[in-house]
Design a protein around this ligand. Sequence first.
Ligand SMILES: Nc1ncnc2c1ncn2[C@@H]1O[C@H](COP(=O)(O)OP(=O)(O)OP(=O)(O)O)[C@@H](O)[C@H]1O
Length: 334
Amino acid sequence: MNESSTETATLEPPPPTATPTIEIHHLHRFFGNLKAVNDVSFQVHAGEVMGFIGPNGAGKTTTMRILATLDVPTAGDAFVGGYSVVDKPDEVRRILGFMPDSFGKYQNVNVLEYLDFFARAYGFRGAARRDAIERVLVFTELRKLAEKPIDTLSKGMSQRLGLGRTLIHDPQVLVLDEPAAGLDPRARVELRELILLLATELNKTVLISSHILTELSEICHSAAIVEAGQILASGSRDAIMQGHRRTGPDESVELEVSVVGEVNKLQRWLLEQPHVGAVRIADKNARFEFTGNEQQQANLLKAMIASDIEVVSFQGRAHSLEDVFMAVTKGITQ
Ligand SMILES: Nc1ncnc2c1ncn2[C@@H]1O[C@H](COP(=O)(O)OP(=O)(O)OP(=O)(O)O)[C@@H](O)[C@H]1O
């Protein structure tokens, strides 16, 4: 493992590898009548951070626990590094690190002792154990806190320690359940940098869940959107956006226009124009859905100026992962 760097890792998707490191095949997990995971399939490749995004109760933790061999599917299977979680759980555990959404805050244990405990549990002895702990302390930048009792750590440092514990056996695959939950903005950015480094510099495969989209939209190369146990969309960010966007002559974009002076005049004018959907006004600008091609957008701008509307800016706003999430999920809970 390398030392953490201050360079910002990129969100360029990694070159595709032949075999995905995580392959989930028609996974089902029922609790009585409740279909917590209901035919979930997706893949994640080495060097990729995939966001597993869905509202509370969507089935993210249940899917992740099965990947981590802490639970077994009702039907279907999942493969980690080619090993079935059902048939080869020991092999899966060797190459996978699972960070649960909450973990024990033991008393009278400092950071070093905590990591040492997990290094021993993974079977590291002597110099190999010291090296494993040192690698994690350097990567997570927790060295200066080595002597600090873990129940006195801030939330951000505590999450770093949780990530460090997950990294102690240097797993190829990381499954992180809501690691950014409750972090302040700085701690979130720092955690994001660490996770991106793991994927882009160290070629690890990362599956990371959240029900808060903004936590993940800046970190993931790809995403699987889940609701009520079912995948609603999955793939690279671009593929998800593309799949959601209408194509061809009737492509729909959100346009934002800022003006000098009366924004209500712009609103009234827009409502009379073809191709314009619901108009929302804020301060000096209007946002609206426009269904038409680029030429029709250009015509709209020309007509706007010809109508004495003093335009300061006129721009299209790309659909974000958040827009897709809101569009494909229905707010279903079980
Ligand atoms: N052991 C269990 N027995 C019964 N029901 C369960 C069990 N584990 C999970 N569930 C139910 O399965 C559904 C999916 O839960 P899961 O924890 O996987 O969702 P999640 O997407 O991780 O949501 P959250 O963000 O709230 O943790 C929920 O309705 C939950 O109550």
